[in-house]
Ligand binder design. Structure first.
Ligand code: ZN
Length: 133
């Protein structure tokens, strides 16, 4: 069901402030920036082999990422697993008695279908499934 680690999401106050660190100091390959209206975040991607680092900057105070930073500060926000068929993955996970935040996939960055597990069911590691081809 789970094929790979897709990306690691990191909550940041400002992508601009951290761009130099990831791109120049660590030398990661910058892979674009986009607004994800649905989650009220601006997202910057960096490639590390098959995996990407996803910087999430809130674009509004009521963004879930803004609330996360307020509570816990900047840092690792979520882990995203790549799956082949997200609807099937959601079904399997629910059959295993794991709660989903998203019972149906929604559209995330890069127009990929995504769904989050409930952190209470995933031992407080915010976990995302993403369908990428
Ligand atoms: Zn993500």
């Amino acid at each position: 069901m789970i094929k790979k680690i897709s990306h690691i999401g990191i909550a940041v106050r400002s992508i601009d402030e951290q761009m130099q660190y990831y791109r120049d100091s660590l030398g990661l390959e910058f892979d674009g920036i986009e607004n994800v209206e649905d989650q009220k975040v601006k997202v910057a991607f960096f490639k590390v082999g098959e995996v990407r680092i996803e910087l999430l900057e809130p674009t509004s105070e009521d963004s879930p990422v803004a609330k996360f930073i307020e509570k816990k500060g900047e840092g690792i926000h979520h882990l995203a697993y790549g799956v082949e068929n997200i609807s099937e993955a959601i079904k399997k996970i629910e059959q295993a008695d794991i709660k989903m935040i998203d019972k149906k996939p929604r559209i995330g960055a890069g127009n990929h279908k995504i769904a989050f597990l409930h952190p209470r069911s995933s031992f407080r590691v915010l976990t995302e499934l993403t369908e990428e081809h």
